[in-house]
Design a binder for this molecule. Structure first.
Ligand SMILES: [Cu+2]
Length: 147
């Protein structure tokens, strides 16, 4: 009996990951409690490498698609209307949008650790800014929070 218990305990020990990253949820909503429309909450989020972000759309019309990431490999896109977990393994700035609602200013910023590609992210955003017809200035207010 004791031998079995020791074996089971040992297996549970080696099977568990060494560390768990923190988890954060970003809601993708059509209208939030403050009356903001087509918005990610929070629009700016800072996490650390190894943390997980859960994108949670309020309905089938939203998703999250990165358009700036520290590398091509770290880019992401989630399925429409699906709650999706993404664990970030590369530090830097990620700019993302809801694919169908980009022109309505449904955009967000995730900072993972150090903002190593901050200047690049801002310069890539500038030419895209004019395409947004609603909620203008939202991205600028998020970019200001990068630290
Ligand atoms: Cu959307």
């Amino acid at each position: 009996m004791n031998k079995i218990l020791v074996f089971v305990s040992f297996f549970a020990f080696i099977a568990s990951p060494v560390t768990h990253g923190a988890e954060y949820t970003i809601d993708a909503v059509t209208t939030d409690a403050k009356g903001e429309m087509m918005v990610f909450n929070p629009g700016y989020l800072k996490v650390e490498v190894g943390d997980t972000v859960i994108f949670k759309p309020s309905d089938a019309s939203h998703n999250a698609e990165s358009f700036v990431s520290p590398s091509a490999e770290s880019a992401f896109i989630t399925a429409m209307g699906e709650t999706v977990r993404i664990t970030f393994s590369q530090e830097g700035i990620y700019l993302y949008k809801c694919t169908p609602h980009f022109v309505l200013g449904m955009v967000g910023v995730i900072q993972v650790g150090k903002a190593v590609n901050r200047d690049d992210a801002i310069s890539r955003w500038k030419p895209m800014e004019a395409a947004v017809s609603m909620n203008q200035g939202r991205m600028a207010s998020y970019l200001e929070q990068i630290n």
